[in-house]
Design a protein around this ligand. Structure first.
Ligand SMILES: Cc1ncc(COP(=O)(O)O)c(C=O)c1O
Length: 400
């Protein structure tokens, strides 16, 4: 048997469901259901229920979902939208693509998610409330109207204080839940568990194939509890029309493909079981790696049920460790190696190294280990063994 440990497995779950998935395509071909129709509306209903949200709108990708959610919730051209630097560029692309300006607040050093205290500091130090009660960035002179907390790696951001700050300053909150299908957070304020996508004014999910719920192609969804936002996203995804050829606004071609919706519907039924397996695998890694001194494991804390889209460790030995694992056919990834404020694409924003220390430190030390539901205990033991072997060699030999 091969000792290879892939980063993820996109084949096994699809082969297990092959008959049902093929049936969706056959049915669509036989009935001519390619755009809209019962697969899309059925999936939207199922997914809204899964997220404990009132509405879900199927769209073309997670990036579409973010962009449409920001537009529908009221972000205007030239506004500032605040997010974190340690996310996938789609988060800030969506901000720029609605004509707004991305700005950053650093993350918490242990959770790698938006730090509510730093958000408060940002507002207190860099912003002011003008005569009409609007929050405005002092230096940039633009209104700060929205915040996008990213539920990175499948762990939800600390939503209670974020929503409290948002209420206080009338900020729109769009959750970037693209990595967090089914993740939960205990809201002390509401005294109950809340699902990703059910707290902010709107939320965005990606169904990119490698996500916890992945399409067999591209796909995404926006969720919201607000009827007006739901209606608006539905129009924006379909050229600004609620009635065919009557366009109330300019929108996009951003619909969820009907075959993808049908296949997502099949796969959604298995998501709780797959999430359970990810959680068992994460617990196994924790047990196997717990006694290794020079690595930090993902935080476990009360009030969070994480769904481990990624299992990310942090270590000063990251680069050598990743290479040594690859030499042993164990494939680990980097999510993400360069924080957005230091990317070439954002040179024009004028940030420099040192501006967001927690994100920068994390970027230089993070390593995503293989994580997927079908990962076996033997594979995990091999990953842990190779990590230990590498560290015992690395700590013995002098550093260059
Ligand atoms: C945090 C985050 N935001 C946004 C996206 C964008 O999703 P998509 O690739 O479906 O456009 C992704 C996924 O790639 C993501 O991980």
């Amino acid at each position: 048997m091969s000792n290879k440990v892939p980063f993820l497995d996109l084949v096994t779950p699809h082969l297990q469901l092959e008959d049902e998935l093929v049936e969706v395509c056959r049915d669509a071909i036989q009935k001519g259901w390619f755009i809209g129709g019962p697969n899309v509306s059925g999936f939207e209903e199922d997914f809204a229920k899964f997220c404990d949200a009132r509405h879900a709108v199927g769209v073309g990708s997670g990036t579409d979902a973010l962009r449409f959610a920001l537009m529908a919730a009221g972000v205007q051209k030239d506004d500032i939208v605040v997010t974190v630097p340690n996310t996938f560029i789609a988060t800030t692309e969506a901000i720029s693509q609605v004509g707004a300006l991305p700005d950053f607040v650093d993350v918490d050093e242990e959770t790698y998610n938006l730090d509510p205290d730093k958000l408060r500091q940002y507002i207190g130090q860099q912003c002011t409330v003008n005569e009409s009660g609007k929050l405005v960035h002092k230096e940039k002179g633009r209104p700060v109207t929205a915040v996008i907390p990213v539920h990175l790696y499948g762990r939800m951001a600390d939503m209670d204080p974020i929503m409290e700050i948002a209420d206080e300053y009338k900020l729109i909150v769009v959750e970037d839940a693209c990595q967090a299908h089914g993740a939960e957070y205990y809201s002390e304020k509401e005294g109950k568990w809340k699902k990703a996508g059910s707290i902010g004014h709107a939320a965005a999910f990606s169904f990119y194939p490698g996500k916890n719920l992945g399409a067999c192609g591209e796909g995404g969804a926006a969720t919201t509890n607000d009827e007006d936002i739901d209606k608006k996203i539905r129009m924006i995804r379909d050229h600004g029309q609620a009635k065919k050829y009557y366009h109330d606004l300019e929108g996009y071609n951003g619909r969820l493909d009907a075959m993808q919706a049908g296949m997502l519907r099949v796969k959604l039924r298995h998501l709780p079981e797959w999430t359970g397996k990810r959680q068992v695998n994460a617990a196994k890694y924790n047990e196997l790696l717990n006694s290794v001194d020079s690595i930090d494991l993902p935080l476990i804390s009360g009030g969070h049920k994480d769904v481990y889209h990624l299992y990310v460790i942090h270590t000063d030995e990251r680069d050598g460790m990743q290479k040594s694992l690859a030499d042993n056919e164990i494939f680990a990834g980097l999510h993400y190696p360069v924080p957005l404020h230091l990317q070439k694409a954002y040179e024009h924003l004028g940030f420099k190294e040192g501006d967001f220390p927690a994100s920068e430190k994390s970027a230089s030390r993070l390593l995503s280990l293989p994580m997927f539901p079908e990962l076996t205990e033997e594979q995990q033991k091999r990953v842990a063994e190779k990590i230990r072997q590498y560290l015992s060699r690395a700590t013995k030999s002098p550093r260059h």
